[in-house]
Design a protein around this ligand. Structure first.
Ligand SMILES: [Mn+2]
Length: 412
């Protein structure tokens, strides 16, 4: 059975209201990146292969934001999986309107993300029953089963390894149209830059199994070649081409507004201080430098976008974490920036944010090609504070930056 057939079966059952309760979902994190989406879909697929029960893979963003993830859209399309066979936050609200009990499995995060889940849990409507994740363990939902949380390059590898162990007969992994393997492989290659960075034990195990499976499946190999617009028998070349093609789509921001750029890879958290003050913070990961952004979007657009996104998402603070490669020397670089309204009641602490994060993130004001940036900042609209820094701690991606900001806002 192909992944598409699974999703078609699921959709029919949902539409005819014949799905059994409790309603069961599996969802990835709010960035809804390739890892989160593939982990959720393949988890649901393998679960069906085990006992034919229907699990709804849910993408933790609105349907409208899905098109910003061109790597995911294009890759899924190549296996005939289109947006109409997928489920998003607004679908979750619709499907669960009946008050039936809900069971949720989390992949690629280990605590619920998003108001609706928090609300349902506090109302006793939703139970977290499983977790597979590669972020820091938040020590909640301790009775979840499975509860697999440890560091690894890609969460998708942990999902695959879990399911691989669940089947004593491995035949299902060798079925002709088992396209979950190229999808899982795509996620692994993106998370580990084609197995050159952040590779850990779980990735190595999964990668070796993917290769075994692919080498016995002409059909899948042909698909990978077609996707990469090439024709090679050399597996190394094949994977490199496949990786490059996915990466190209991920980097493609043609036609994006500045708002789209901020929403493309976005997570939001609420941090509560010891004196019970709540700060809502958005984190946008961006694949371009601030210099590139300021060269491609007008001051007016940037300023209006900050206003709009802070209002739309009810933010106290928006943190931007650009990471990119400098063309002139091929060096990988990171930046750290943030904006907030100067009328915010947390102004005092927000003004000190970079100072307090400086040691851990190794921040300095030596920002790439932005020597005259002060003027630029001064001319943004009234009440908008906007700060940018160079970040010398290259190992700190959003996964590490969120706990740093959380710590500052909770303890001050
Ligand atoms: Mn991940």
């Amino acid at each position: 059975m192909s992944l598409r057939s699974y999703l078609v079966t699921l959709k029919k059952q949902l539409e005819s209201n014949s799905i059994k309760t409790p309603l069961r979902f599996v969802t990835g994190n709010q960035s809804a990146d390739l890892d989160s989406v593939i982990s959720a879909i393949t988890f649901a697929y393998f679960n069906y292969k085990r006992d034919e029960s229907l699990l709804i893979p849910l993408i933790n963003i609105s349907r409208n934001d899905f098109k910003l993830r061109r790597d995911i859209v294009t890759l899924l399309n190549s296996y005939s999986i289109t947006e109409d066979s997928l489920y998003f936050i607004e679908d979750f609200k619709r499907i669960t309107a009946s008050d039936a009990p809900i069971e949720l499995t989390l992949v690629d995060h280990c605590n619920v993300q998003g108001d609706i889940f928090t609300e349902y849990i506090s109302e006793g409507k939703l139970e977290v029953v499983g977790i597979i994740d590669h972020h820091q363990d938040e020590s909640v939902f301790l009775n979840a089963n499975p509860r697999i949380i440890h560091s690894n390059g890609s969460c998708s590898s942990l999902v695959f390894n879990y399911w691989y162990d669940q089947f004593s007969n491995k035949d299902i992994f060798y079925e002709k149209n088992n396209e979950v393997v190229p999808l899982l492989l795509g996620s692994l290659l993106i998370d580990t830059s084609n197995m050159t960075q952040k590779v850990e034990g779980g990735d190595v195990i999964a990668f070796s199994e993917y290769q075994n499976i692919l080498q016995k499946n002409e059909n899948l190999l042909k698909g990978l070649n077609e996707y990469a617009c090439q024709s090679t028998d050399n597996i190394e070349k094949l994977l490199k081409g496949y990786y490059k093609q996915i990466k190209k789509a991920k980097k493609d921001m043609k036609g994006f507004s500045f708002y789209d750029i901020l929403k493309k890879d976005y997570k939001q958290f609420k941090f509560i201080s010891k004196s019970d003050v709540s700060t809502t913070v958005g984190f946008s990961s961006i694949g371009k430098s601030f210099y590139w952004l300021f060269s491609n979007y007008s001051k007016e657009e940037i300023s209006e976008t900050f206003n709009k996104i802070m209002k739309d998402l009810n933010l106290d603070l928006l943190v931007m974490t650009p990471s990119y490669t400098r063309q002139e020397n091929d060096q990988y670089a990171r930046e750290f920036g943030y904006t907030f309204n100067s009328k915010n009641s947390r102004k005092e602490i927000l003004l000190q944010l970079a100072e307090l994060a400086k040691d851990e993130l190794k921040l300095n004001s030596d920002t790439y090609k932005l020597e005259n940036f002060d003027n630029y900042l001064a001319n943004l609209a009234n009440n908008q504070e906007f700060k940018v820094y160079n970040q010398n701690n290259l190992a700190a991606s959003r996964k590490q930056i969120v706990p740093v900001v959380k710590n500052i806002l909770e303890n001050n």
